[in-house]
Design a protein around this ligand. Sequence first.
Ligand SMILES: [Fe+2]
Ligand SMILES: [Fe+2]
Length: 183
Amino acid sequence: MLNDKMAPDELRAGIGTKLDEPSRAVTGPLNEGDVFELLKVDHDRLADLFVTIETETDPGALSTHVELLARQLLTHTTLEEEIFYPQVRNFADTEGQVEKNYEQHQEAKEILQQIQRLDPSTQDFKAAVQDLQRAIENHVHEEENYLFPAVKGDLSDEALANLTTQIREGKARYATQYNLQSL
Ligand SMILES: [Fe+2]
Ligand SMILES: [Fe+2]
């Protein structure tokens, strides 16, 4: 597991980073590993961000954290929808799984839109954040425990290296698109 090898500071490197800080993306430890490790780094960041949101009480800070969460989520889901899923959806062992994952992304984005319309000082906001957290945890669990192992089993070494390169480049590209300079 990548997590076990990384210091908490490294895992949290992107959380709370100011937008105008220079990118640490392309050369940092968070950009190493294969396609699965690169995607898991995003999952761990999202989980970390939910912890930050859970413990925050100031409405202004909550809005800022949710805005960062939105950009992290959109960067990650776009990366998977544009690069990862299309390439693995027809693999022998992934039948049906990818379609379900697309739907789960859609559901998460809809909850996110609800959250963005709510006042951060309300109970409804808190409840919607918890809904999103549950939806994402469930989705991440399915990817990491079912989809990723199935894909791994069907990839040649060459295909793995190729996909990893595309994901690494895509991460940098979509992070820029969503103004997420800390990926
Ligand atoms: Fe994912
Ligand atoms: Fe996903």
